[in-house]
Design a protein around this ligand. Structure first.
Ligand code: SF4
Ligand code: SF4
Ligand code: SF4
Length: 520
C-alpha cells in the first residue's frame, strides 16, 4: 500500500492505483471524458488535470499512478482554469449546435425540433406536452405570434422556414378539442402562495408554472375577464372563445383568478404580507401610476434582467410592465422564467437568475452543408393554411420539413455539462474557419456526426473489446486524425453489435441513436 494526500486528506491505496482512482476512493470527484471503466485506457481529453502541490506541475490523473508521499491538489483556481482551457480547446474545433437556432431565438425557448419530430410521427398529445413545458398559451400564440423563431429557422437558408407557429397552433387546437385535454403533473403543495397582479399573458403563464411547481397562484385582475391585452385583438384573428378555453385550462390546474379586483398601493402592501411572493404583471404602467412604490424608469419597472426581482426583494415584475413589447410570446416566456426563479427562491431562500445553459453554436450553414441537413428532412414546399389552420395531413407534412438542427444528445452530453460547470467559452481558441458538418444517418439505428467527436477513443476500445468485424478506429495522423470505420465501410457495418452501447458511452452527441424519444 502507498500513502499520499489529496486536497489535504490522507489516502491509502494499493501500488499501481491511478491518482484519479485514489481520489475516487475517498469521494473526491475529478471529471473525465475519455476514461471508461472496464476498457484499456489512454489519455486524450485532459479534463482530469490535477496539480502536484510540491512542484506545481499539472498532469492527467486518470493515467498517472499515485506514489508514496505525493501531495495532490484537485480543485484550486489554477487547476480549474487549466481544465477550462482543456475544454475550450476541445470546443474550438467542435461543430455542433446543442440547441437548434429556432429554439435559441424563441423568446419562450420552446423545444421546436422535438415538437416537430412528434408531430411528424402523428403524436400530437406528446407534441402538446413538449410545447406546454415552455408555452402556456399555444392556441393563442399560434394565432398572434409574429414567429421570431421562423426568422431564425435554418430551413430558410435552403428554401423556406418551417411553419413553426402554425404547427404549435395545430397541437394546441387539437388539445382544446380533445375530450381528454392535457393535464400537467402537479408537484405536491409546498405551502407557499404567490399573488400575481394582472391576468394578461405574463400573469397567466407565471400562474400556470407556479401552480405546476406546487405553489398556490392567485391572480388579481382589475377587469371582469382574464386575458388582458389579448381581449383587444380582432376577433377574426383571435376569437375570444380561444382565450376563454386556454384560461379555463390554466384554472383547471388550481390557479385562482379574482376578477374585478383593482390593486392600489395599500392593497399592494397587504399582498406582500399575505403572500410569500408577488409578481407584478399588469401591463404598461400608466403615467400617473406610482407603480406601487417600485423603482421605475420611463420604460417601466426596474427589475433584474435575469431574476426579474424588483427593488423590493420578494416582488418580481414581468411582461409589458418592464418594457412595452408587441411580442406576447416574450411575456409568456418571462412568466415561465419568473416561476422557476420564485420556485428556486422558495427552495434556497435566495433569489438567483433564471439558469442559462452552455450552448455550442456554429452559425450559418455553408451551401455544401445543405445536403447533410436535408438528409434528416423531407423535400417539400412550405405548407399553406387558410384561417382555420393546418389539417392533420398538412401538419405532418410540414413537420417533416424540419431538418432537426438540434443535437441528439443535449441532456447527457458530458462535454456540454462540463462546459456549463466550468463556464467554458467556445470562442476562446476558435479560428475563423471550421470543419464542414457531416451526418451519417441510419434511420433504424445510429447517427454519426464526426465533427462533434472529441477523439476520446471510447468507441474504438468498445468495438475492439466486442470484436466487431470492422469497428471504429483512428484514421489519419496529427491534427487531422479522425475516428471512423476502416476501409471506407459504412457506420452500420462498423457498429453491427455495439451501436447502442457506443451511443450510450460516447461522451458527446457524436454518436447517438436516431430515435430520440427519451427526451420527452
Ligand atoms: S455534442 Fe454536446 S456540446 Fe456538442 S452540440 Fe451536442 S450537446 Fe452540444
Ligand atoms: S429546420 Fe427545424 S430545427 Fe432547424 S431551425 Fe428550422 S424548425 Fe428549427
Ligand atoms: S465518437 Fe467515439 S471517439 Fe468520438 S467522442 Fe464519441 S466515443 Fe469518443
Amino acid at each position: 500500500m502507498i500513502k499520499l494526500t489529496i486536497d489535504n486528506r490522507s489516502v491509502e491505496v494499493p501500488a499501481g492505483t491511478s491518482v484519479w482512482q485514489a481520489a475516487k476512493s475517498v469521494g473526491i470527484e475529478i471529471p473525465t471524458m475519455c476514461y471508461l471503466e472496464g476498457t484499456e485506457h489512454f489519455t486524450s481529453c485532459m479534463i482530469c488535470l490535477v496539480k502536484d502541490a510540491k512542484n506545481g506541475r499539472f498532469f492527467a490523473s486518470c493515467s498517472t499512478p499515485a506514489f508514496e508521499g505525493q501531495s495532490i491538489i484537485t480543485s484550486d483556481e489554477e487547476t480549474i482554469e487549466s481544465r477550462k482551457a482543456a475544454l475550450e480547446l476541445l470546443l474550438s474545433e467542435h461543430v455542433g449546435d446543442c440547441e437548434a437556432p429556432c429554439q435559441l431565438v424563441c423568446p419562450a425557448h420552446m423545444n421546436i425540433p422535438l415538437m416537430n419530430r412528434l408531430i411528424a410521427k402523428g403524436d400530437f398529445a406528446k407534441a402538446l406536452e413538449v410545447v406546454k413545458r415552455d408555452i402556456a398559451l399555444p392556441s393563442i400564440l399560434g394565432r398572434i405570434c409574429p414567429a421570431p423563431c421562423e426568422a431564425g429557422c435554418r430551413r430558410k437558408q435552403v428554401d423556406e422556414a418551417v411553419s413553426i407557429c402554425l404547427l404549435k397552433r395545430y397541437v394546441g387546437d387539437e388539445d382544446l378539442k380533445s375530450e381528454n385535454p392535457y393535464q400537467p403533473q402537479l408537484a405536491e403543495f409546498s405551502g407557499k402562495k404567490v399573488a400575481i397582479i394582472g391576468a394578461g399573458p405574463a400573469g397567466l403563464a407565471a400562474a400556470y408554472y407556479l401552480q405546476i411547481k406546487g405553489h398556490q397562484a392567485v391572480i388579481f385582475e382589475k377587469n371582469s375577464k382574464a386575458g388582458g391585452e389579448l381581449l383587444q385583438i380582432d376577433q377574426e384573428i383571435l376569437p375570444s372563445e380561444v382565450v376563454e378555453q386556454e384560461v379555463a385550462q390554466i384554472v383547471a390546474t388550481g390557479v385562482q383568478i379574482r376578477l374585478n379586483e383593482t390593486i392600489n398601493d395599500n392593497r399592494f402592501a397587504e399582498l406582500q404580507s399575505e403572500f410569500d411572493a408577488v409578481v407584478v404583471a399588469n401591463g404598461t404602467i400608466p403615467e400617473e401610476s406610482s407603480a406601487f412604490g417600485l423603482k421605475v424608469t420611463k420604460a417601466g419597472i426596474i427589475a433584474n434582467k435575469s431574476s426579474y426581482q424588483t427593488s423590493i426583494p420578494k416582488v418580481f415584475a414581468v411582461g409589458n410592465t418592464l418594457r412595452a413589447s408587441k411580442l406576447a410570446v416574450r411575456s409568456v416566456g418571462q412568466g415561465k422564467e419568473v416561476a422557476t426563479v420564485i420556485d428556486n427562491y422558495f427552495k434556497t431562500a435566495e433569489v438567483s437568475g433564471y439558469p442559462e445553459r452552455f450552448n455550442s453554436k456554429f452559425g450559418r450553414l455553408a451551401e455544401v452543408e445543405f445536403i447533410q441537413y436535408k438528409k434528416d428532412s423531407e423535400t417539400a414546399p412550405r405548407q399553406k393554411a387558410d384561417k382555420s389552420g393546418f389539417t392533420r395531413e398538412d401538419a405532418i407534412r410540414e413537420a417533416k420539413r424540419c431538418m432537426h438542427c438540434d443535437c441528439r444528445n443535449p441532456e447527457s452530453c458530458v462535454l456540454r455539462e462540463l462546459s456549463d460547470r466550468y463556464q467554458a467559452v467556445q470562442k476562446r481558441f476558435q479560428s475563423d474557419e471550421r470543419w464542414n458538418v457531416e451526418k451519417f444517418i441510419h434511420r433504424e439505428g445510429i447517427v454519426y456526426e464526426p465533427n462533434k467527436c472529441i477523439k476520446c477513443g471510447i468507441c474504438v476500445r468498445l468495438t475492439r473489446q466486442h470484436q466487431e468485424e470492422f469497428g471504429f478506429t483512428f484514421i489519419g495522423r496529427g491534427f487531422d486524425v479522425k475516428v471512423g470505420v476502416p476501409f471506407n465501410e459504412s457506420v452500420q457495418r462498423g457498429l453491427e453489435k455495439t451501436a447502442e452501447l457506443v451511443a450510450k458511452a460516447c461522451p458527446t452527441g457524436a454518436l447517438s441513436m436516431f430515435n430520440m424519444e427519451e427526451q420527452i
